[in-house]
Structures are given as C-alpha cells and as structure tokens.
Design a protein around this ligand. Structure first.
Ligand code: 4NP
Length: 163
C-alpha cells in the first residue's frame, strides 16, 4: 500500500444496489473493514445507497446482518436513496448489477466527475457479471454474495492502490 500516501484528498466510494438493504450495505461493510485493516481510513471512505426507496431508514436485512456478523462485520448502515448530489460527493459510484448501473447512468448529471462502475468489473472469477440479488434467496445465497463482494472489494482496492 504505497501510493495512497500521495493522495491529498479523500477518495469517496459509494456502493449502490436496488433496496440498499442486502448487497450494497454488505459491500460497504466489507470495504470499510478492508480500509481499516490496511490503515487507509485517512485516505478512503465509503457509503451505500439504493436506487429504490422502499426501505429508506431501515437497517440492512437481518439475513445480511447475520451473514456479515458471521464474518466479524457489524452493519449499522440505515438505508438511504441514491440522490443526484451523490454524483458530486463521490469519486467512485459502484453498481451491484447492470440494472442499477443503467439507472444511475440515466440520471447522471453533466457536472459529475464520478467514475460509474460495475462491482464485478473487479471480480476475476466472473468479470462483469451481476452481483445476484439474494433478497428472495436462502442463507447460501447471502454467503455467495459475501464471497463475491469480498473478491471484488479486494481487487477494487488493489486497483485504487495502482493509480
Ligand atoms: P438489495 O436487495 O437491492 O441488494 O438491497 C433487495 C432488497 C429489497 C428488494 C429487492 C432487492 N425489494 O424488492 O424490496
């Protein structure tokens, strides 16, 4: 982790899914843990949001929280909707699937310099795939999402470090 020393401003990362109660809060929790473990809290911060507002104000889904807890991650995020100000406040906006990505690109404001990316562009096991929505799934589906997000977040951090 050498090159972060040369950043003078904070890198802001926003993870986005549909409801902001399953995938993106978990990505936020995993990436936050990586930031802390790598002593990068002065250089990188992250948040998450949903393109839909059904669950605004709620904690992450209890199955997501149980899965995160089993990996030593405490999720305290409250769901919020993605807003246009996010285009200005974040350097990287990372969508969990192509539907989320299309939604974000469609409402993108002209004055935004944010890089809008798909989470699994960073998953060497299946580059460019969607992070599957586990909402109607079982415990295994939540664990599968955890593994996908862990791989993807590690590789995303490696990519930032090479910049
Ligand atoms: P997420 O999962 O987008 O990963 O938070 C979902 C959460 C809620 C719903 C759909 C997906 N829902 O239809 O309420």
């Amino acid at each position: 982790m050498g090159s972060f020393f040369y950043f003078y401003t904070m890198i802001n990362v926003l993870f986005v899914c549909l409801g902001n109660i399953c995938r993106s809060p978990l990505a936020e929790g995993i990436f936050s843990k990586l930031i802390t473990e790598n002593k990068l809290t002065h250089f990188i911060q992250c948040d998450s949001a949903g393109v839909a507002s059904y669950h605004v104000g709620e904690l992450a889904d209890k199955r997501t929280r149980a899965n995160a807890q089993s990996h030593g991650i405490d999720l305290t995020h409250r769901a919020r909707a993605f807003v246009k100000a996010d285009f200005l406040n974040f350097d990287y906006i990372i969508a969990m699937d192509k539907s989320n990505l299309e939604h974000i690109i469609k409402i993108k404001t002209a004055n935004s310099n944010a890089e809008i990316l798909l989470m699994r562009e960073f998953d060497n096991n299946l580059i460019g795939a969607d992070v599957p929505d586990p909402y109607y799934g079982n415990e295994n589906d939540f664990e599968n999402v955890f593994q996908i997000l862990t791989n993807s977040c590690n590789e995303f951090l490696n990519t930032l470090n090479k910049k």
